[in-house]
Design a protein around this ligand. Structure first.
Ligand code: DAH
Length: 358
């Protein structure tokens, strides 16, 4: 017997036929569940609601009238409980079906203006860009100008004019990537010292930055492309004291007021005398840690007084002019400043990484 038919009979008749009250309400629930499962669209859900919950002709009204009202008074509490529970369950399920039909319709409706717009993430500045901007800011305050230069360079600007002797092993050491004979991807930003000295007249104070290339196998600490920043000053009365004072000021501004610097003698073909500069480790401030390899110091840049041969190559007279220069890796500075320990992360463009530096 279908559920509609049963709902139309007095409960007593059905019980006489052998059904129990619980079983009957169980059947009602099962019939509802089956119909509810088949109702997806808003129209189908409306039909379902009218059929089950309609005030006058709904099935639950029929059950109330034909079953509940017909039983003797002493059975009413038990049957009333089942009737109530069933009604509540049907009402809740119809409500949920209405909501999901609405959501389904909204998905199909391209012009639903009540839906929130697609989330657009705000871009973030790359850590290398952040380091560049901060450095430029500091040097602008000291009266420096900014410049860029070509990434495709000649052997002359990249090596010869910078006082690399012919057949200097640095050509190999720097893992130069040649494009043709005497044309290459610049291995450092130092060629711009020559380009700027050639085209401007001193006094000069410049910050030059950009990509540089070396034939390195990429790993956690090497990348065939990275970023350098070169700074130099040329005038008639420049001393090593100016170099030390300038770099000490810059490194304190960049890494923190308490940073101490250490100048170690070194060698570069284009500077004489040359030095490498260490700072006390910004991570452990002295005693030694993983990042400074237990030494308490971190090497951060190379520098020196511009070699007279370099001034001559740029058509300046070393008798009247001197200068200092320094260069460092922007990527390395970013890794130190933001405690990044893996170069590839810097160049993979993963938004989850980049968002951290906003
Ligand atoms: N050009 C050097 C390099 O790529 C870095 C450098 C060292 C630049 C000393 C300078 C300097 O201007 O004075 O390894």
């Amino acid at each position: 017997m279908a559920i509609d038919e049963k709902a139309a009979r007095p409960l007593g008749d059905l019980l006489q036929a052998g059904d129990s009250v619980e079983q009957l309400y169980e059947e009602v629930r099962a019939a509802f569940e089956a119909e509810r499962g088949a109702a997806a669209s808003a129209d189908q859900v409306r039909t379902l609601r009218d059929r089950w919950l309609g005030r006058k002709n709904g099935l639950l009204t029929a059950l109330n009238d034909n079953w509940l009202k017909s039983v003797p008074r002493e059975y009413k509490p038990a049957v009333g409980k089942l009737q109530n529970r069933t009604k509540k369950a049907v009402e809740a399920a119809v409500k949920a079906a209405e909501a999901s039909a609405r959501a389904g319709a909204a998905k199909k409706d391209l012009l639903d203006v009540t839906l929130p717009g697609p989330a657009r993430s705000i871009g973030a500045r790359h850590p290398v860009r952040l380091v560049l901007e901060e450095t430029i800011d500091i040097f602008k305050g000291l009266g420096y100008s900014c410049a860029e230069g070509p990434e495709i360079e000649t052997f002359f600007y990249n090596f010869e004019a910078l006082n690399f002797p012919p057949d200097h092993p640095a050509v190999d050491e720097m893992d130069t990537l040649f494009l043709e004979d005497r044309v290459l991807l610049r291995t450092h930003t130092s060629p711009n010292q020559i380009r700027i000295m050639e085209s401007r007249t001193p006094p000069l104070r410049y910050v030059v930055y950009g990509k540089v290339y070396r034939n390195d196998t990429p790993d956690a600490t090497h990348s065939p492309m990275f970023h350098q920043l070169e700074l130099f000053a040329v005038d008639t009365n420049i001393t090593f004291g100016d170099l030390k004072g300038t770099l000490d000021y810059f490194l304190k501004r960049f890494f923190g007021e308490r940073t101490r610097t250490r100048f170690r003698p070194s060698y570069f073909p284009f500077t004489e005398p040359s030095a490498e500069v260490d700072i006390d480790c910004p991570f452990c401030s002295g005693p030694g840690c993983r990042i400074c390899k237990q030494t308490g110091f971190i090497e951060v840049l190379g520098c020196g007084m511009i070699d007279p041969n370099v001034l001559r190559a740029a058509k300046l007279d070393p008798e009247t002019h001197q200068g200092f220069a320094a260069g460092f890796g922007l990527d390395r500075f970013a890794m130190l400043k933001y405690d990044i320990d893996d170069i590839p992360l810097m160049f993979q463009g993963d938004a989850r990484f980049l968002r951290q530096f906003r």
